[in-house]
Design a protein around this ligand. Structure first.
Ligand SMILES: Nc1ncnc2c1ncn2[C@@H]1O[C@H](COP(=O)(O)OP(=O)(O)OP(=O)(O)O)[C@@H](O)[C@H]1O
Length: 276
């Protein structure tokens, strides 16, 4: 059967893209160019609105920086996207069709949203290579995973990821001996083994040296396009280095959005955040 006719046969049930690829139910549909769509999201904690009618649209392949003062709602926003916190109201869609508010945290990780928290959580006793190996085979226990044979494709993927996160020369070292920055890259590598479409990165360069920060900037720029990234960060030098579009949160909603230059010169942003 030709691809075109398949698209016609199944589109009513599962949707088809502009290029005739047939989407299975639950598969990510970014055919309209959007990977994440948040509309009027509100989250309250004991009556306090941590998010207040938040709207955010992220394009497929985009690298978006999110900044804002302490308590602006950045972490809460990441919690909503990753399923850790349920919004009181609003819409949250991954691609055109996947309603994130109906999925659990593990289901959201499974469909391709990978989250990296501020503190690295690698397996310190295991080597860098083994950490990536474990990340590939999360369905098995640690010991079963280490004794199961990797196939050639999996070995190639680990080698490619090691190169990408600049740890190829550290592959056989225990992860516990890595620098703080290297541990962060390893954890990003572990996330990449899951082939996420969207990466949520919470203060990724906190505690890094200037050189590590610069290498992280290069890494994120190289990941954009193939992945979409949302980076929450207070380090403005880093944000200026990687930013295409910046979203400024304040009191649970978007205060400003645009190029780094535009938000830096926005008097409202200067007043609540950058001028402090
Ligand atoms: N589980 C919770 N219970 C009660 N209040 C909460 C909870 N989580 C967050 N908050 C409050 O919601 C507001 C937003 O917090 P959030 O952590 O999202 O801000 P943030 O922008 O990430 O800040 P920071 O830059 O300091 O990390 C804060 O006032 C915080 O105290």
């Amino acid at each position: 059967m030709k691809a075109g006719s398949m698209a016609v046969d199944h589109s009513a049930a599962s949707g088809s893209t502009a290029f005739g690829h047939v989407l299975q139910p639950g598969e990510l549909d970014t055919s309209h160019g959007t990977i994440l769509y948040l509309e009027n999201i509100s989250v309250s904690f004991d009556g306090f609105k941590a998010l207040n009618d938040l709207n955010l649209v992220i394009d497929a392949g985009e690298l978006r920086c999110v900044i804002g003062p302490n308590g602006a709602g950045k972490t809460t926003m990441m919690d909503v996207i990753s399923g850790k916190t349920r919004p009181d109201k609003g819409k949250a869609f991954f691609g055109q069709t996947i309603d994130l508010t109906r999925l659990t945290e593990p289901e959201i990780a499974q469909i391709g949203i990978g989250r990296k928290f501020q503190k690295p959580t690698v397996f310190e006793q295991h080597t860098v290579f083994e950490n990536l190996e474990l990340a590939i085979k999360t369905d098995k226990g640690v010991f079963a995973s280490l004794f199961a044979e990797l196939d050639d494709a999996q070995r190639d993927r680990i080698a490619e990821t090691l190169r990408l996160v600049q740890l190829a020369d550290q592959a056989d070292r225990p992860a516990g001996l890595l620098s703080h920055g290297q541990k962060q890259w390893l954890e990003i590598g572990m996330l990449l083994m899951q082939e996420p479409k969207l990466l949520l990165l919470d203060e990724p360069v906190a505690g890094m040296t200037d050189e590590e920060t610069e290498r992280t900037a290069e890494l994120f720029i190289s990941l954009a396009g193939r992945h979409s990234l949302i980076v929450v960060e207070h380090d403005m030098k880093f944000v200026s280095r990687i930013a295409r579009k910046v979203t400024v949160l304040h009191e649970g909603s978007v205060l400003a959005e645009g190029s780094m230059e535009a938000v830096q010169n926005d008097p409202r942003v200067i007043e609540v955040y950058l001028g402090r």
